[in-house]
Ligand binder design. Structure first.
Ligand SMILES: Cc1cc2nc3c(=O)[nH]c(=O)nc-3n(C[C@H](O)[C@H](O)[C@H](O)COP(=O)(O)OP(=O)(O)OC[C@H]3O[C@@H](n4cnc5c(N)ncnc54)[C@H](O)[C@@H]3O)c2cc1C
Length: 368
């Protein structure tokens, strides 16, 4: 039922704008409005904080169905989960009440600020600092590649509070867009997900009250990594969605397009491609749903499964969307058809929340 509801909404209210959002590289406001109206913008927020209380699998299905129509729009529910999960996992009761309510209502979005210009795969090498001043923390530094920066009201920011301890000297804070000293860089000009704003965030002597620290001092990096165990599954969901969108489009196209006097879908060479695409996609889906169940149960092998689902599903998404372009021939290579956008959008799922090389490092360290 959930899948049908989200698919109908995505087809009616999100898909019609996907090409323009990409072409104009503009925020998908129509998608945000439609998702908020249907209470699908941050479904993971627990009911006790005013949310829809969707479990990890239901959240995956929502993101998957939105991504099938428009990957940029699927970053709305996905990044709302990514940004707020540190608070849900490690935050005080007061923090949860203060920040999850407005998120659930659709009054505020949440971003996640870990990466920096010189600290990507090696996120623990970050330089952003928080220095104590009386009761307050004073934040200085630059975060890079922050999804929905400028649009989100709230930011989970990881910063060094003890430079002698590397990852154990990092703490997490909630920072608000309106805090004095917070500003944003120009939107990045990207290959895909052009509707999702990605910007730098600057902190210039931003004073943060002590109750905005998420969990204990020095636990921020652990919280950031624990968060990714869960949210990599939402990136897998984006990958499934975009691959399904491309497969569905190509399936229809090969029945219409005629060469050599018959639909190209009658050729076995084409049928075999579609069979492989569907087979890989279904394998990725089963792995992703299994990882989502592990996320919900907090199973001990979640770290492996989160990384495996993200890595496998994103590699599949790249293959399937590339094959979809191939199935449309020259037409697939143009913006008159949606598959080239899907191929460009799929690429990011192999890069963010840890590149697929990093996922393989994580898997190798956590073999089941
Ligand atoms: C559109 C977009 C949105 C993003 N959104 C966010 C966000 O909201 N919040 C946030 O915090 N970050 C975000 N990111 C950052 C993203 O997670 C990083 O770009 C990613 O982790 C890679 O870091 P890097 O770009 O610095 O690449 P690098 O770490 O410089 O990697 C370059 C290459 O080297 C490889 N490599 C690095 N180390 C190793 C190793 N040990 N072994 C083998 N290969 C290695 C990588 O796999 C990659 O191929 C976003 C990025 C993009 C592009």
């Amino acid at each position: 039922m959930l899948r049908e509801t989200v698919r109908a909404l995505a087809e009616a209210k999100i898909a019609p704008h996907a090409a323009a959002v990409d072409e104009e590289a503009r925020f998908p406001q129509e998608a945000l409005d439609a998702l908020i109206a249907a209470d699908l913008h941050a479904v993971h927020v627990p009911e006790e904080y005013g949310g829809a209380g969707a479990d990890a699998l239901a959240t995956v299905i929502v993101i998957e169905e939105v991504a099938r129509a428009c990957v940029s729009s699927s970053l709305i529910p996905a990044v709302n989960k990514l940004g707020s999960l540190p608070v849900i996992l490690s935050g005080s009761e007061d923090l949860k009440k203060k920040y999850l309510g407005p998120l659930a209502k659709g009054d505020a979005m949440f971003s996640y600020a870990l990466s920096e210009p010189d600290a990507g795969s090696d996120a623990a090498g970050m330089k952003t600092k928080a220095v104590r001043d009386g009761d307050f923390w004073v934040l200085n530094g630059v975060k890079r590649w922050i999804t929905n920066a400028g649009v989100s009201e709230y930011y989970t920011v990881m910063a060094v509070t003890d430079p002698t301890k590397r990852s154990k000297g990092i703490s997490a804070f909630v920072v608000e867009k309106s805090d004095e000293g917070v500003s944003f860089g120009a939107p990045e000009k990207k290959l895909g997900i052009k509707g999702s704003p990605t910007r730098e965030v600057y902190f210039d002597n931003v004073r943060i009250p002590p109750d905005r620290m998420i969990g204990e001092e020095g636990t921020g990096f652990a919280t950031a990594m624990k968060t990714l165990d869960h949210t990599r599954i939402t990136i897998a969901a984006q990958a499934l969605g975009v691959a399904q969108g491309a497969l569905d489009y190509a399936k229809g196209y090969v029945q219409e397009r005629k060469q050599f006097g018959k639909p190209i879908g009658d050729f076995q060479g084409i049928q075999f491609m579609l069979a492989d695409m569907a087979m890989k996609l279904e394998a990725a889906r089963q792995l992703t749903y299994s990882a989502a169940a592990k996320s919900e149960r907090l199973d001990s092998d979640l770290t492996f499964f989160g990384a495996a689902a993200k890595c496998f599903a994103s590699d599949v998404a790249m293959e399937v969307t590339t094959d979809a372009v191939q199935l449309l021939g020259g037409y697939g290579y143009t913006r008159d058809y949606p598959v080239e956008r899907m191929m460009r959008d799929a690429k990011i799922t192999q890069i963010y929340e840890g590149t697929n090389q990093v996922q393989r490092i994580v898997m190798a360290r956590n073999l089941p």
